[in-house]
Ligand binder design. Structure first.
Ligand code: NDP
Length: 327
């Protein structure tokens, strides 16, 4: 049986993709076979397909770090035919065929069963970006940041991580400040739950190593000088989560926020997060995420449209989340 897939190949340093027909034999080893309904486009997918960084370690490979669908065959304990499942990251799009295909075969311990409330579309509207937003919320909670402690700032607000972090935090009772370079999208951000909008320019230039205390917590997907400024502006015993590098991978900060204000910098990694952490994140998403807000953040494209959206991601023109309908 053949199926459609977006296949990435490499010629010298150039990565290109095209939609091809593949067969079951082309899939890699694994103990769970999945009929894929949807995948998604995250920032890391854009990095992979553009070849800007060497996300893909072996060619030819089907990219796509996320997939959701229904199990067609399984020899893995606890995963049965007919289960609706989601796979986020692990080796997908790095060393193992990913989500931009109608079929997938993966390791059973990569698979998370979808909570009842979610359709496979919802799962990919959330995707790695939304699951990472939830990991960030969990890290704030773990650090003791409750809504009464003060404002939470979310950077990269119009992006996938940012949009879903705003929706989650505001519904959990936090007062959320959205930092964005797209002030024209302020109404969208307010509809997600932002109480105030901040121009990201105020955070993106070099600032003082320690500054006026403003935030009880921060969800940062931007890195670089923005993250340094967030640390400098965080209140005593506050928590700043760091998952991304949209501004840059440097961190030109000082130790003063840590040694004077007891600020915690919490790293967030979604790729190798252990299974119990993923299960907790997905069950909290099921409890805390407003599906109407999720739908407002999301657009749907087809497999063949994926390469075209990549450039728009780097230009900062894509708002919220993008679901890929692979069928
Ligand atoms: P998106 O492309 O959806 O969003 C990124 C957002 O960052 C943009 O929408 C924009 O928001 C903001 N931004 C872009 N360029 C700049 C810049 N030069 N300076 C400041 N802000 C900028 O990406 P995702 O939400 O999917 O991912 C965000 C980041 O998190 C990426 O770096 C990604 O690699 C990382 N990530 C890491 C994970 C992990 O496991 N650690 C998992 C998931 C994501 P606006 O227009 O509102 O300013």
């Amino acid at each position: 049986m053949t199926f459609k897939a977006l296949l990435a190949t490499q010629d010298g340093k150039t990565v290109s993709t095209r939609v091809v027909d593949m067969s079951e034999q082309d899939l890699m080893p694994g103990d769970v076979s999945i009929a894929v309904d949807y995948s998604t486009v995250n920032y890391k997918d854009a990095l992979a397909i553009s070849g800007r960084t060497d996300v893909i370690k072996t060619f030819p490979l089907i990219p796509g770090i996320d997939l959701a669908g229904t199990v067609e065959a399984s020899s893995y304990p606890g995963i049965a035919v007919g289960d609706r499942v989601v796979v986020n990251s692990w080796g997908l799009s790095q060393t193992h065929h990913g989500g931009y295909a109608q079929r997938a075969r993966v390791k059973g311990d990569w698979v998370v069963k979808l909570p009842e409330v979610f359709s496979t579309w919802d799962a990919m509207a959330i995707g790695t970006a939304g699951y990472t937003a939830m990991l960030s919320v969990l890290a704030l909670e773990h650090g003791g940041i409750t809504p009464d402690r003060g404002d939470i700032i979310v950077t990269g607000a119009n992006g996938g991580v940012g949009s879903i972090a705003i929706a989650l935090l505001s519904d959990l009772g936090y007062r959320v400040i959205a930092s964005t370079g797209r002030l024209q999208e302020s109404q969208y951000l307010r509809d997600l739950g932002a109480a105030e909008i901040l121009d990201r320019k105020t955070l993106s230039e070099a600032g003082a190593p320690i500054a006026r205390e403003r935030w009880a917590g921060a969800v940062d997907s931007v890195g670089s000088r923005t993250l340094a400024n967030l640390l400098a502006q965080t209140k005593y015993r506050g928590v700043v989560t760091a998952c991304g590098l949209a501004q840059g991978l440097d961190l030109p900060a000082s130790v003063l926020p840590f040694i004077l204000r007891n600020v915690t910098l919490a790293g967030i990694d979604s790729v190798n997060a252990p299974q119990h952490v993923r299960v907790e994140a997905w069950s909290r998403l099921a409890r805390d995420l407003d599906l109407a807000k999720l739908a407002r953040t999301t657009q749907v494209i087809g497999l063949a449209d994926v390469p075209a959206i990549v450039g728009r991601i780097f230009e900062g023109q894509v708002r919220g989340r993008t679901v890929v309908d692979v069928n």
